[in-house]
Design a protein around this ligand. Sequence first.
Ligand code: GLV
Length: 307
Amino acid sequence: MAILILLNQVDPTLLETHLKSHNDCPEVRIWPNCGNKDDIECVIVWKHDEGVLNEFPNLKLIASYGAGVENILSDPALPADVPITRFVDDTLSDQMAEFVLAAILNHRLHLTYYREQQAASQWRGKDFLTGKNVTILGLGELGSTTAKLLDKNGYKVSGWSRSEKNIDGVKSYFGNDQLYLSVEEADFVVCLLPLTPGTKYILNADLFSKMIKGSFLINVGRGDHLNDNDLMDALYNNQLSGALLDVFSKEPLPQDHPFWKHLKIHITPHISSPTDKAKVARQILDNYNRILSGSTLKNQVDPQRSY
Ligand code: GLV
């Protein structure tokens, strides 16, 4: 019996090392060298190609390498009845919170601006931006940890989610009716939603028009949350002052994409919260053992909810 590592755009070596460091790890194979496909009982997946998960007749577990599983769920040839788990982890949430705080500070304190000035040997200071209202779209594990860190750092935090949330210091908006209301006073809007049919292109012209003029967008959710053209327009007419984008509809972002050269867009390469290889290895082995012993899985995805 074997576990298959099937990661696109991620080096599998470290994950393999961590898996193999555990006594309870079965044989590990790395895509595309699957050996006898009958042996594969668990596949660890990131950005797999459609259809490949159907090639393993004895598959018992599909384990996402990351928190987001939209790429798995959108596979039209996904094997029916094989449970899917996702990576849920404190480190993942803490890193995300830190990244979002850094992105906000970077903008408020003009740090990128000074780096640009340095290139021209210029000495010109600006006051910090005072707006400290942040709305986080999505208050799951990542969103709520981020909300708490921002609250601790003196930000006025609101969040929007499917259902009402009760987090100290965080105003909760919920349901479709309250989406626009949730962003009306925000100086920063942060997207940390799962990508579902209901959240695709949620970052669009209508939403931007409800935000404060000159507010700033941070997308650390998924590229398909954002309507790229609507963002370009909102930046052009100064409805938004800028955006930090960590995720894109197509990754890596194509060389000819206009975002690359845009002065108001700060691009990071889908790195806002890298998966901790040691922790994901242990979590997946635990779930693999649970499957073998018939116990309840941890962090199992509900395909109806899409996360
Ligand atoms: C990263 O984007 C993840 O889904 O964990």
